[in-house]
Every structure is written in C-alpha cells, then in structure tokens.
Write a protein that binds this ligand. Structure first.
Ligand code: MN
Length: 740
C-alpha cells in the first residue's frame, strides 16, 4: 500500500529497520551502520525548516523501505546526501558499505546537480545524466524520486522563488517520470504537491468544493457500492470494491483541458473493483453493464492493451441511479500492485533472489529510448526527444503478425518503419493502415494494424523530420541526411576543383592525384582527400585555395594576371549590366549559368545542378527540364536569390490573346508603361478577329512580373496572358566572383 504521507510522526531509524526486517531479514547491520555514519557526517547541519539535517535522509530511507526496496537501496537512501553535502568521500562509502551502495550513492550525487538553474545546454546535460543513471541502475532514480518527494513535502519552508522552481520541476520532470515508471501513488503525490504550490488559489478552491459535497458523494457511492457487491455475490465473484477519489491536480487538469466547471467533472470519485483473475475483470464488466447503461466511448480496455508503463485495468463509466455518472476501474490484485508500484514492484526485494531479471524485457521501451537518445548529440534535440518520449501519452499499434508496438502520440508510419529496422525506415514509401494505403505522414491511432511498403530507390527526405515523433526515427533520418549531404559535398567539391584547375589551362587529372591531394590536405590541416573535397563542397574552403596548394607557383601568378584583365573586359562588355545575385549554398566563388530553357527571374523558386566542368546551372524549379535531373540527387545544390540590385532588369516573354480591334496595342503599352516596365520587342498576328501577341518585357523580379501581368489582363479586349519560354537569347556565361 502506498504510504500516507501527511501528518505522520518523523521517521526514526528503528521504524526503517523494522520495516526492512519484515521483508528482507538480515539488513539491520547495514542500515544501522549507514545511519550512524550519516548522522555523524551531517552533524551540525540543519534544514531550512530548522530540523536537524538527519531527518531528511531518514524520511528518504523510510519511503524506500515502504516501497520494499532492498537493504542496499535503503542504505543508499540514508547516505544519499553525504558525498554531495558533507566531507565524506565516495571511497569512504565504498570501503564501509561496499561497491553496490557506493555506486547508488554516486549515481544520486551526480543527479544532485539537476537542481541547478537551467540554461538549455545544462538542462540537456542533466537529462543525459538522468538517462545514464537509469541505464545504469533504475534504483538510482527510485532514490532520487524518494529524495524529491520528501523535499517537495517540505517546500513551504523555502523562499518563494526556490519553492516555485522546485515545484515546477517536480511537475514537469519528476511526476511524469514517476508516471512513466508506473509508480502511480508517487506520481499522484508529486503532482498534487506541485499543483498546491504552483496554483495555491485554484488548489484551495477545488479543496473547498470537494469538502462541501464530500458527505453526500460518499453516501451516494456507498449506495452504488452496495448494489454492485450484491450483484457480484449473486454471480459468485469474489471482489473488493473501494471508493476512489480524484486528486486535486487531476481535477484541475481535467477542468483545464476540457474546459469544464468543477461540477461537470463527473469522475471526481468512482469505484474500484479488485478481483482475483483476469476473466473476472470481464465478468464484472458484463454485470456492471447490465446494471446501468454505459456511456458510449467511455470504455477502455487497458487489460488487453496495457500502457507502456504496464498499467492494466478496465475503465467504464455508467449512468447510475439518479442519472449520475460513476466511473469504474476493474483490475486484478496483481494489476493493482503494478499500477501503484510500477517499476518499483519489479525492483522490490524478494527473499532468495535479487532483482527481477525479466524486468529489462518489460521495460523494453525504456531501453530503446535511452539507446536512441544516447546517440543524439545536439543538446536541443536531446531535450525535446527526452520530453516527448518520456512524458507524452503513447499510441499502440500492431504489426501484421500481431505484435504490439508503442510510440509517442502523433507517431506516423515512418516512426513505425524505423522501429522495425533502420533500412525499412530509410526506404519506406507508404503504408497500409488496416489494409488501406495511407501516406507516410498519417498519424497512427491506437489499435491500427500497420504494414510498411518499401522501395529500395527511395530515401529519407528533410520533410520527414516535420512529422516523425520518435527519438529513434529522428536520429536515424538526421544521420542519413548528414551523410547524404556529405556525399553531395564531396561530388560538388570535386567538380569545383576540376573546374578551377581547368581555368589554369591544365588537365585536372594530372594534378588531382591521390598523392598531391593528400599533401594539399595535410598542408591545410585536413584529415583526408575526401574531407578536402567535402570542405570545398560545403564552401568552408575555396577551390582556389586548394588549387594554390597543388599547382606550381609560376602558373598561378600568370593565370591570375590574365584572368584579371579578362574579367575587366567581360564586365565592360556587359556594359554595367550587373551579374545576377545568385547564391549557391556555402559557395561564394562559383561559376553560375542560367539554363536557357527557363530563364528564371528573381523571386522565382530556383534549383541548381552541378554540371561537369561548367559549374552550376540554375533552372526555375517549375522548368520542365528539371524533373528528369531531379532524381540525380548528388548533382542538386541549393541556390537562392541573394541581393538583387533594384536597377537590374530581366526580359520575360508574355503570350497575350486579345480581341483584334484598334486600340488594343495602345492599351497594352500604356498598361506596361504604367508599372515602370518596358516593351523590348513585340510581334503580333491576327486571324478570325483574334490577335496573338508576343511581348518581350523587362521586369525586376517575380513580384514585378505579376504586377505587369495583372495590369495587362485588365486591358480592355485582352482575353488571356501567360508567360512563355524566352525568345531572346540571354548573354552567355556569367562570372560570379564576390569572393575574389
Ligand atoms: Mn536529499
């Protein structure tokens, strides 16, 4: 049974020894020695409440004994603050109490820093410590939770600011953690204390209202209870029926999330029926449903589908006498024990054996979360994943073979695919949910049967990160993208280098030999040839810098001179017409060409492709020639419009369909002039009272083009306006050399 926490006498060592002796005879010596040591090193210290400090480790020890933890864990509970707060050392603990106790104390000591004020990185580090501690020995977390429980129970002695911070942390981290570990009573206790300190006014209001109706509610429940007991007895089912009252914090949460008034929360109280066997659960359910009408949608079968924290129970709400709703929970004794004690039940001391060895399987989810999180290196991702995975509700789905898998709520087929195998995740293209084809971003619902469709040619995309929720899927997708980006950078880097060398009039192959490249890399402080290409591809190193390392100095000087004059000539020829402001991601010094097929203008979505020896070709994203190359992902580079000079103008061609009548052309030209655009060329042909007009006009960017087209469309007699492919050839290659 969970301990009654309020109004009890202070813990004394003999109470703890007696408790432990009951379930683990022979622990007395260890506990007495731990107590004497703790009392000695904490001597002279006191808590803010004024009590001697030793009262705190004693309370923590008592809570652990009440959770029937093994003597070593209880001893570690008594010793938990000695290394952190006194002159005692871990070596001393190890010599006096052995390796196990020392490692538990060490774990708790490391976690002690979790109470520091948080910066994000620090917070992430705390989570990491918590995970490592859990992976190492879950008992460390049990001690930490007992420690937190006693600290929370004595919060009123703290100054308001600290009190609020600890209450907040209790609500946000420790209560959800207790819940995830399935320790129902502890979760409830932590949550309620935190609520009381964070929202004292709401707490008191709820408290008052609860008191008001308490006698009446109890009487009503007793009446229902009696009816139930009689019916169960008639059916020959042995059961214990007890009344259950919702905690203040749960009532408050329900009022908040469902926007209810206090009196609309119908399950403030309910009945719990505890039976011997699983089949009795369903028999009881049948009897209840024949007594009163069940409320549709309120039946939940956590017996067949346990929660990830192993909670099992049947829940149903009935319209009982006087039209009042009563919620029932039906479970076996064993299920009840697990609901209250959760993971602690598996770690509790059993005579003759140490801890339950099958526990790792039962808490498989915990292991999986920890594994995937330990691979996560970005602190911000770590914190998000940790919170999401540990604290969110979960959803249960089935494999086609009927195995249950659970995920955080909001999980998609991609999360599911990665839970099966990394390769299945990487190549998934769709899913069958309950036999129907569904997109990868579909949110899975409880009970869905999910089958993954794969295609070896498909690979993860950045978009997946927008909808996956499991830590594992996120981490695997990020890793894949990082690798793909690296591969692409290596290809791009190689192309850029080849192009650069060609500019010096040499055959790239002669200089890009493994030997010279390795030497160049070393000269630049880079590990390998591949890294060198990648650095160039990522734009962290210019191709010119690398060329400078592999080419003879004489050649470098000559070429530079020649290029400078050629560049000046080119600029002169372009007669002030500036180079287009295109930015290739991570690259400043790069050759850009516009594809002749689509001739994009600023503002239009664009993509870049690496072309062998010719740098990057820029297409409009909508260009028909883009689609076939799109699949060659390693050639794709991200490009964007950089700073575009306002005075730059681009020629686009418009095809206008008009009624053939006088004044149409005049209307067109004045419309175009009215938005500061010029007509460069115009051709028109007419047939059967219709005129087909082609206009080449100058615009600044996409916005400007839209404005022009709108004005043209408004001209009287104009039937339609579309933009067509360019009819005027653009000037050829343009040098883009901001980096020089
Ligand atoms: Mn403590």
């Amino acid at each position: 049974m969970p301990p009654v926490l309020t109004g009890r006498p202070p813990a004394r060592i003999m109470d703890i020894v007696d408790l432990v002796e009951e379930y683990a005879p022979g622990g007395t010596d260890l506990l007495m020695r731990a107590y004497i040591f703790t009392a000695k090193v904490h001597r002279g210290q006191s808590r803010i409440s004024g009590e001697p400090y030793i009262s705190h480790p004693l309370e923590v020890g008592r809570i652990l004994a009440e959770m029937r933890q093994d003597p070593e864990t209880v001893a570690a509970g008594l010793l938990h603050d000695t290394v952190e707060d006194t002159s005692a050392s871990l070596e001393e603990i190890q010599t006096l109490f052995g390796e196990h106790v020392a490692s538990l104390v060490n774990g708790v000591t490391k976690l002690a820093r979790i109470d520091l004020p948080n910066t994000q990185a620090l917070e992430a580090e705390n989570y990491r410590k918590m995970l490592i501690a859990m992976a190492h020995d879950i008992r460390v977390i049990l001690i930490k939770l007992a420690d937190r429980l006693h600290n929370a129970l004595t919060l009123e002695y703290l100054p308001p600011k600290r009190r609020e911070r600890i209450a907040q942390e209790t609500a946000e981290i420790y209560a959800p953690l207790a819940n995830r570990l399935g320790i129902g009573w502890l979760k409830g206790a932590l949550e309620d204390i935190a609520f009381k300190h964070l929202h004292p006014q709401e707490y008191n209001e709820i408290d008052e209202k609860l008191r008001e109706g308490m006698a009446e509610r109890e009487a009503y429940l007793m009446e229902i209870k009696q009816t139930v007991e009689e019916s169960l007895a008639k059916a020959g089912i042995q059961a214990a029926v007890t009344a259950r009252f919702k905690l203040h914090s749960s009532i408050h949460r329900k009022m908040q999330t469902q926007n209810l008034d206090f009196h609309q929360v119908y399950d403030i109280s309910g009945l719990r029926i505890i039976v011997g066997e699983i089949r009795d659960c369903y028999a009881v359910l049948g009897i209840l449903h024949s007594l009163w009408r069940p409320i549709p949608g309120r039946f939940k079968d956590y017996v067949a589908l346990p929660k990830a924290n192993l909670y099992q129970s049947l829940h149903t709400t009935l319209m009982a006498t006087q039209g009042q709703r009563v919620e029932f929970q039906i479970r076996t004794k064993e299920m009840h024990r697990v609901a209250e004690e959760g993971i602690a039940a598996h770690w509790r001391y059993k005579e003759g054996e140490r801890v339950d060895s099958g526990v790792a399987d039962k808490f498989e989810w915990l292991r999986r979360i920890m594994e995937s999180l330990q691979e996560e290196t970005d602190p911000r991702n770590l914190v998000d994943s940790f919170k999401l995975n540990l604290f969110q509700d979960e959803v249960f789905v089935f494999t086609p073979r009927g195995e249950v898998r659970n995920f955080p709520r909001g999980a998609t087929p991609v999360d599911f695919a990665y839970s099966i195998h990394t390769e299945v995740g990487h190549h998934c293209v769709g899913a069958k949910i309950n036999g129907r084809i569904a997109p990868l971003s579909t949110r899975l619902e409880n009970g869905d049967i999910v089958e993954i469709l794969t295609n070896p040619h498909r690979t993860p995309t950045q978009d997946w990160l927008k909808f996956v929720v499991s830590a594992r899927a996120k981490q695997k997708i990020r890793a894949w993208i990082r690798q793909a980006q690296r591969d692409r950078s290596i290809t791009l880097g190689r192309e850029l280098l080849e192009h650069e060398l060609a500019r010096f009039g040499v055959k790239p192959a002669e200089y890009l030999t493994p030997g010279s490249l390795t030497e160049a890399a070393r000269g630049l402080g880079i590990q390998s040839e591949e890294d060198l290409f990648a650095m160039v591809g990522f734009g962290r190193l210019s191709a010119r810098q690398v060329a400078g390392k592999v080419l003879p100095e004489e050649l470098l000087r000559q070429t530079e001179k020649r290029e400078k004059s050629r560049f000046r000539r080119l600029m002169a020829r372009m007669s002030g017409k500036a180079k287009p402001g295109i930015k290739v991601k991570g690259q400043d010094d790069i050759l850009i060409r516009f594809a002749k097929c689509c001739d994009p203008i600023p503002g239009e979505p664009i993509v870049g492709f690496i072309t062998r020896g010719r740098g990057v070709t820029v297409h409009a994203e909508s260009c028909a020639n883009v689609r076939p190359i799109m699949s060659e992902e390693e050639r794709l580079v991200e490009v964007s419009w950089g700073d575009v000079k306002k005075e730059d103008l681009y020629v686009v061609t418009l095809a206008v369909d008009a009624v053939d009548r006088p004044g149409v052309l005049a209307g067109l030209s004045s419309a175009i002039a009215s938005c500061q655009s010029n007509i460069v060329r115009i051709t028109a042909e007419s047939a059967r009272a219709r005129a087909g007009i082609h206009l080449d006009v100058q615009v600044r960017d996409l916005e400007h083009l839209k404005e022009v087209m709108k004005k043209v469309r408004d001209v009287k007699g104009i039937l339609s306006v579309v933009r067509t492919g360019p009819r005027m050839p653009r000037e050829g290659v343009r040098e883009h050399s901001e980096g020089e």
